[in-house]
Design a protein around this ligand. Structure first.
Ligand SMILES: NC(=O)c1ccc[n+]([C@@H]2O[C@H](COP(=O)([O-])OP(=O)(O)OC[C@H]3O[C@@H](n4cnc5c(N)ncnc54)[C@H](OP(=O)(O)O)[C@@H]3O)[C@@H](O)[C@H]2O)c1
Length: 247
């Protein structure tokens, strides 16, 4: 029996990178997984992979900036699987433009995708979780969510906001719901590729005691820990998964 047997998990940004790898980890542990994103071909592929391994999954195409589509994610999950046990607010975008050049459209998009969508989805699932007496919310922050060293203004500010959101939600939604954030360092995903790939991360690798960048599955296994009773006394925490780059 899997460690998430019959639990229902929504994973935003499940069409790529660490969200996709977490979907595979959760499904292997028996969860019914709902992945979201905008790219239907990739969404289909993830669901097919899970199903071909005997798991249960569905996708909902939704833009994190569209409140009606966010509501659809929760509605379709409840329609298909009856409830929501785990919400992984993982979708995110980079914003790399420095302060004097950044346009407010870029700033607003970073805030909406990286933070506001997490609040909106939390507000939609929290009543269900409260009513049944338990629930898990995991947010994807970043090491740019505790230091300005790792991200320019839009990304850094949105990820600091995600850190604050995590703590505020943990305080407000307990005792039924535990809320934690994973703060990844450099992880090999499409986002990392768009920032120059592994080569561009060479200085970061050298700063890390582990001398490498991380893999999406190494985020998935930490998300699994946070989603199970193995972490039953942990809430409001920002868990760095970064190869020790700042130690
Ligand atoms: N990779 C790293 O080194 C790193 C480090 C620290 C933190 N993070 C964070 O980790 C999370 C996952 O990123 P990743 O590295 O796995 O990147 P990724 O491979 O680019 O995946 C990003 C995911 O977010 C979804 N997404 C982006 N914008 C969206 C929008 N407007 N509406 C709906 N979905 C949207 C994408 O789905 P579609 O393309 O299908 O829309 C995709 O599934 C993000 O929050 C990111 O900030 C990454």
């Amino acid at each position: 029996m899997g460690r998430l047997q019959d639990k229902v998990a929504i994973i935003t940004g499940g069409t790529s990178g660490m969200g996709r790898d977490t979907a595979y980890v959760f499904a292997e542990e028996g969860a019914k997984v709902v992945i979201t994103g905008r790219n239907e071909a990739r969404a289909k592929e993830v669901v097919e992979n899970i199903e071909s391994n005997g798991g249960e999954a569905l996708y909902v195409i939704a833009d994190m900036t569209n409140r009606d589509e966010l509501k659809q994610i929760v509605d379709k999950t409840v329609e298909a699987f009856g409830t929501v046990d785990i919400l992984f607010n993982n979708a995110g975008i980079l914003s790399t433009t420095p302060t004097m050049q950044i346009e407010l459209d870029e700033w607003d998009a970073a805030m909406q995708v990286n933070v506001t969508s997490a609040l909106t989805l939390t507000k939609l699932v929290a009543p269900l979780m409260k009513e049944k007496g338990n629930g898990i919310i995991i947010n994807t922050g970043s090491i740019a969510g505790t230091s300005a060293r790792w991200g320019p203004v839009g990304y850094c500010t949105s990820k600091h906001a995600m850190s604050g959101l995590t703590k505020a939600l943990a305080r407000e939604l307990g005792p039924e719901i535990r809320v934690n954030a994973i703060l990844p360092g450099a992880i090999a995903t499409a986002m990392l590729d768009s920032a120059g790939g592994e080569d561009a991360m060479e200085p970061m690798k050298q700063m890390s005691p582990l001398k490498r960048i991380g893999r999406g599955r190494e985020i998935g296994t930490v998300a699994l820990f946070l989603a199970t009773d193995d972490s039953s006394f942990i809430t409001g925490q920002l868990i760095r998964v970064d190869g020790g780059v700042d130690v």
